[in-house]
Ligand binder design. Structure first.
Ligand code: AMP
Length: 633
């Protein structure tokens, strides 16, 4: 941890107003703000009070002066073969057309627009157009099923829904509009209008007269539209994003406008060291928070070109991302460990095939980055790899290195240090006291949360306070629900969710720790560990592992031998307490389409319970494999 980092971080906490006032100069204000922070009603933080701003102006219009002809949006679909680059001027025109269409459908300031779209340029036009006219978008990931979509519709109560006939994944059309229709039958408060981008992928797309409208037709009526930005007060909501994977009713994470713009602009410099005029490639999806922050707003606010990619990392072959890096001179790639593990199973020659000289570094987030994966990609790419840690709630990194401030040596498996603005503490779960170096605690943040973080749960202020700020009696601190540890050098390590904790004979173990241990065995490509009920010990870990070379476990004897070996590895690294009850070998883990392993569903199956909501599942094969493994098939 260098002195520049330390000073930068210290100032962000001790001179909060001065620090954020400086960062706020990175964006355009229509009317300057007065107070930097209004924290009269903790834990609700209002940043840049009284300032008037527009996200779309900052992402698009303000660049027209210097970057009119520069690429802004590079759309690539390896599914349909389409490729189209929009300059800032073209993006400006498209966003105004979309804005005019939305206005013609009655959308105005404060109205919600629900966007349920595949990764196509029009999805970004819709997001940018919504915030342009002061409305609030709620993007729902395309993998959600009709009932999940209906729940979100009823919570957000959108005036208009924007969708497409279909998306495409791995060569297959995935119908969207069919699903929208079903969700609207289930919803209690369906929107009046559904705007459809018809890609011609679903010839049987149903239409409901009077409700469904065609984007191409309406766009043609607004080709010359000039829709000025609606400037809103800084704390005006820009969007709602529902958190995934939680039980019960999804939480609508609400984001403001001014704080978010400033946080993203600052992060592009200090965290990603990304410069205007360069190209940024985040491999996520607009349905997730990474997509919002680093496919759409971050790169554009920073005057960069952003890559919008529809496709998988391995089609037409495992070199596709790196070809994009070469062809579009990408300087920063942002991806997730799971995607890297997918690549790890392919021929590494694909990483050497293209000219990656434009690439400065690779950032990874979203889940624990295990050491073997980190090492593999670092060696294969020959570029710095940064793990960083954040959540839908925070909107940008909470733990990260700051290459833009000061380069620092990374440690494998560590997302490094607290980002500026976050007063991070590791608290003892029971006492709420700070733990010492190398001691495990809950990752918590002393509020106020910095700009860019969620401001409340949509329509449920009390739930915001209850969910996030009441874990430690007697003190109001934000809990991340993650276990963490800080080493003697100040590096943090995330040990897994507090809510996925395993309690084995009174000893608490993070699933992450056991997964790391199992991954250390050379034969293992990927593993998920869950706690299963055990009569004797309360809970026992159970592992579901994917091997690198299935040929090596072709016979029952080979499987048994490898299981024993893996258990031995765990014994050696963590002790017999952490030894899994079983290590099941399967070909594929069940994951959401954003790459998160569905541990709770695996756990439910392992305990003979119903796996619950599987609507975010990427591919049903993984879940079936878990079922077969558990039932001994
Ligand atoms: P989501 O809000 O769906 O993005 O999930 C956030 C959660 O993902 C965090 O609370 C962590 O449990 C996990 N996570 C995100 N980034 C990392 C990381 N770099 N290392 C370990 N876990 C991570």
């Amino acid at each position: 941890m260098g002195t520049k980092y330390q000073e930068f971080h210290r100032r962000s906490i001790e001179d909060r107003d001065g620090f954020w006032r400086e960062q706020a100069a990175l964006v355009d204000w229509h009317k300057p703000f007065g107070q930097v922070l209004d924290y009269a009603k903790p834990p609700f933080a209002k940043w840049f009070v009284g300032g008037e701003i527009n996200l779309c102006h900052n992402a698009v219009d303000r660049h027209l002066k210097d970057r009119a002809g520069q690429p802004a949006l590079i759309y690539i679909s390896t599914e349909t073969g389409e490729e189209k680059t929009y300059t800032y001027t073209e993006l400006h025109a498209e966003v105004q057309r979309m804005a005019a269409v939305l206005q013609s459908l009655g959308v105005g300031r404060g109205d919600r627009v629900l966007i349920y779209m595949p990764m196509i340029a029009e999805a970004l036009f819709a997001m940018l157009a919504t915030v342009r006219i002061g409305a609030i978008h709620s993007v729902v990931f395309g993998g959600f099923a009709a009932s999940s979509l209906a729940t979100r519709i009823d919570d957000a109560q959108p005036k208009v829904m924007v969708t497409a006939d279909a998306g495409m994944r791995a060569g297959r059309a995935v119908p969207y509009k069919h699903l929208v229709d079903e969700s609207l039958r289930l919803a209690a408060t369906p929107p009046q209008k559904v705007l459809i981008v018809n890609r011609g992928l679903d010839k049987d797309m149903p239409r409901v007269a009077g409700r469904d409208v065609d984007y191409a037709e309406l766009r043609a009526q607004h080709l010359d539209a000039q829709v000025p930005c609606t400037f809103v007060e800084s704390s005006h909501p820009s969007y709602i994003l529902y958190t995934s994977g939680t039980t019960g009713k999804p939480k609508g994470v609400q984001r403001d406008t001014g704080g978010y713009a400033v946080a993203l602009a600052a992060s592009m410099r200090h965290v990603y060291q990304a410069n205007p005029g360069e190209t940024y490639f985040a491999t996520s999806d607009i349905g997730w928070v990474v997509g919002h922050s680093y496919i759409v707003y971050g790169p554009l606010i920073n005057g960069m070109a952003t890559v919008v990619y529809e496709g998988t990392p391995i089609r037409p072959d495992a070199g596709i991302w790196w070809k994009i890096v070469q062809d579009h001179k990408v300087s920063v790639v942002f991806s997730a460990p799971t995607a890297i593990r997918v690549l790890k199973k392919q021929d590494p020659a694909f990483l050497k095939k293209y000219d990656l000289s434009s690439l400065r570094h690779l950032f990874l987030a979203g889940e624990p980055l295990d050491e073997p994966t980190a090492k593999w990609i670092a060696e294969a790419l020959g570029k710095p790899i940064y793990d960083h840690y954040w959540q839908t709630e925070t909107g940008w990194a909470l733990l990260t290195g700051l290459p833009g401030i000061e380069p620092h040596p990374t440690k494998f498996g560590s997302p490094s240090f607290p980002a500026y603005g976050y007063d991070v503490r590791l608290l003892h779960e029971g006492t709420g006291q700070e733990v010492g170096a190398d001691e495990k605690g809950v990752v918590a943040v002393v509020p106020p949360l910095p700009p860019g973080c969620m401001t409340t749960v949509w329509g449920q202020d009390e739930r915001f306070v209850q969910t996030y700020f009441t874990s430690f009696p007697g003190q109001q601190v934000y809990t991340t629900f993650d276990w963490g540890i800080r080493d003697q050098d100040g590096y943090y390590f995330i040990l897994g969710r507090t809510d996925d904790v395993i309690n084995v004979a009174g000893h608490r173990l993070g699933t992450r720790e056991i997964e790391e241990a199992i991954s250390a065995h050379a034969a293992i490509a990927e593993v998920a560990v869950v706690g299963v009920a055990d009569q004797l010990k309360g809970q026992m870990p159970m592992a579901f592992a994917v091997v690198k070379d299935p040929a090596k476990i072709a016979t029952p004897e080979q499987r048994a031998a490898l299981e024993k070996e893996v258990m031995g590895t765990v014994d050696g690294l963590l002790g017999p307490i952490a030894r899994p009850k079983n290590v099941h070998f399967i070909n594929q883990l069940p994951k959401t389409r954003s790459g998160k392993v569905l541990r709770r569903s695996i756990q439910a199956i392992a305990e003979g319970r119903d796996p619950g909501d599987l609507t975010t599942l990427d591919d049903p094969v993984g879940i079936q494999m878990v079922k077969d493994a558990v039932s001994g098939k």
